[in-house]
Design a binder for this molecule. Structure first.
Ligand SMILES: C[S@@+](CC[C@H](N)C(=O)[O-])C[C@H]1O[C@@H](n2cnc3c(N)ncnc32)[C@H](O)[C@@H]1O
Length: 175
């Protein structure tokens, strides 16, 4: 497993504003604060920098995927072939499943409710396993367990993509 940045990823031509516009299209039709948050997320989380690490043609497992925004962005513009996401929030997964029909049909996306501490869905390996802004939700004593589960799901030669919040600036830590 490789933890260093991948070299054959896609250089993103995007920034927060363009990814927010993409989020608007992905979640078009749905309303409410959770949808508004998806449009705001690209200004809080630098998805454009994370996307650069994902090789085209990847199968990606996104742990704590929320409403599926990262996989939606990858599926819409960044050439993944498959995305699987899980989250402990049934409401987030319901929104992810509403977004799913808005990605290109050739990309397989699946979202399920599951807890990263307890039972992970399907024991298979992925080219990329991502944990984005999730680990701070996991109790400290269980974080190494979750990281170990994530590493077990990375195929040999694959990539573990880990990102979490910084304490500063404080406003970024709220999204
Ligand atoms: C800040 S959000 C990030 C969502 C998504 N990764 C993103 O970047 O947009 C944190 C997510 O972690 C999820 N989460 C927290 N604890 C979890 C757990 N034990 N298992 C699975 N998901 C969890 C929450 O439900 C929430 O959707």
């Amino acid at each position: 497993m490789e933890i260093a940045p991948a070299t054959d990823g896609v250089r993103s031509a995007h920034d927060g504003a363009s990814l927010s516009r993409r989020a608007r299209r992905l979640y078009g039709g749905a309303r409410g604060s959770a949808v508004a948050l998806q449009k705001l997320r690209p200004f809080i989380c630098p998805f454009e920098r994370l996307i650069e690490h994902i090789p085209r043609g990847s199968a990606v497992l996104d742990v704590g995927c929320g409403a599926g925004l990262f996989l939606g962005l990858l599926a819409a513009d960044h050439g993944i072939v498959r995305g699987a996401g899980f989250d402990s929030s049934p409401r987030a997964i319901a929104l992810a499943n509403r977004m799913r029909p808005n990605v290109p049909r050739e990309v397989s996306l699946e979202f399920v409710v599951a807890d990263a501490i307890e039972s992970w869905p399907a024991a298979e390996c992925f080219d990329v396993v991502s944990l984005i802004d999730v680990m701070h939700h996991i109790p400290r004593t269980l974080q190494s367990r979750v990281l170990s589960y994530a590493m077990d799901r990375v195929r040999p030669g694959g990539l573990l993509l880990y990102k979490d919040m910084a304490l500063r600036p404080r406003w970024r830590g709220r999204g």
